[in-house]
Design a protein around this ligand. Structure first.
Ligand SMILES: Nc1ncnc2c1ncn2[C@@H]1O[C@H](COP(=O)(O)OP(=O)(O)O)[C@@H](O)[C@H]1O
Ligand SMILES: [Mg+2]
Length: 368
């Protein structure tokens, strides 16, 4: 049997864990035309499962024949891509209707504009789209636009302006975006884009540890691996509920145990170095480099504690800064989901072995 775990980004994995009712609730909300979820933003650090979540919601919404789901990606002309994807996703009957729009020509290669409008501008696309959305509305078809990894740029600004217009005129078009916390907060600086921020925020939290344990148990036992309960809980703890870590650990354990079919402490010790290297290379390096200088100092002060749960008092003393300064950085890092609050006046890292990563990074910098 092939390894069922898949530690690559942006794909719905074969071993998929549900976050309670979250997907059901969100899908129901999207179906309700007056829901605040008409615009929503899924946010969280790299690897928490934003793209996977967005894809899963899209798949579920699409099951309803009254809906068309179009997936847009940043880095292309969003308006043109929207025209194209709407056409591609529409059924035969609708495609015919779209083809009747003047000046438009669709082919197997996508949209082609007729000669008179060979230099399409923003308003060209705006006209075409509004025409298409009118036709969709008449047919009772609703649209969900998904937009993965938003970033504040010209392209998004234009798109946001147009989407705002659609929304004001009550077209049944929902928008679900994902973004890294730092990119989402940048949207605040641009007038048009603050409109997007009025949407519902969906924070993806850690996967449930008990669920992870049960899932590892099922997958490994069903495939004839020997593993004790004790080892299964250790594995769950090693992931701390981080989605990427869940896939990665499962993947490494499977590969390393597939011959002997025995998963024990020895095996966990053996794969741990590789586990850490992959976490660092594929996630932590990017996450850490997005932090500001002060964030990094806070995080280092935390990592230098002998405790896993660190009191704010201890961090303040180590940084030797006033409490409002420390409180401000604590808030920022909580928002970015780098740390979590464990008790009153106490914080801990969210990601597994992040403390070790920060200390190692510090040693390297000291060595330079
Ligand atoms: N609900 C889930 N259950 C199990 N694995 C998941 C889940 N969500 C995401 N993953 C896994 O976590 C990794 C990161 O997911 P991805 O959606 O690419 O994260 P992001 O877009 O937040 O960076 C992938 O390997 C994916 O398969
Ligand atoms: Mg992603």
């Amino acid at each position: 049997m092939n390894n069922p775990f898949n530690p690559s980004f942006g794909r719905i994995p074969a071993v998929f864990l549900h976050r309670g009712q979250l997907i059901d609730d969100v899908v129901n909300e999207i179906n309700n035309p007056n829901s605040p979820y008409k615009i929503s933003i899924v946010y969280g650090m790299r690897g928490v499962g934003k793209t996977t979540f967005l894809t899963e919601v899209g798949k579920r919404v699409e099951k309803n024949p009254d809906w068309i789901v179009v997936d847009l990606a940043m880095g292309s002309n969003l308006m043109a891509a929207l025209v194209d994807s709407l056409y591609m996703k529409a059924g035969n009957e609708l495609q015919k209707i779209f083809e009747s729009i003047k000046g438009l020509n669709f082919s197997a290669f996508g949209l082609q504009l007729s000669a008179e409008i060979s230099q399409p501008t923003f308003s060209t696309y705006q006209g075409i789209l509004t025409n298409m959305f009118d036709k969709l509305r008449k047919k009772g078809i609703k649209v969900l636009i998904t937009l993965d990894e938003v970033k504040s740029n010209r392209e998004l600004k234009d798109f946001a302006g147009y989407y705002q217009l659609l929304n004001r005129k009550d077209y049944p078009v929902a928008l679900m975006m994902t973004g890294l916390p730092e990119n989402i907060s940048e949207l605040q600086n641009e007038d048009v884009m603050t409109f997007l921020l009025r949407g519902k925020r969906i924070a993806l939290s850690a996967l449930n540890l008990a669920q992870i344990e049960v899932s590892y148990n099922n997958v490994f036992k069903q495939s004839g691996f020997q593993v004790t309960e004790d080892i299964l809980s250790k594995m769950a703890l090693m992931t701390m509920g981080y989605s990427y870590a869940f896939q990665l650990l499962g993947y490494l354990v499977w590969n390393s145990a597939k011959k002997n079919k025995i998963i024990d402490q020895n095996l966990l010790d053996k794969i741990k170095p590789e586990y850490l290297v992959e976490l660092d290379q594929n996630a932590y390096t990017k996450i850490f480099s997005s932090l500001s200088k002060q964030d990094k100092k806070f995080v280092l002060a935390m990592a230098q504690s002998s405790e896993q749960r660190v009191s704010i008092k201890e961090i303040r003393e180590r940084l030797n800064r006033p409490s409002n300064f420390v409180a401000n950085y604590r808030r920022r890092l909580l928002d970015d989901q780098i740390i979590k609050s464990t008790n009153y006046g106490e914080v801990a890292f969210t990601l597994p072995f992040f403390k070790e990563y920060v200390l190692q990074q510090h040693r390297f910098e000291q060595g330079l």
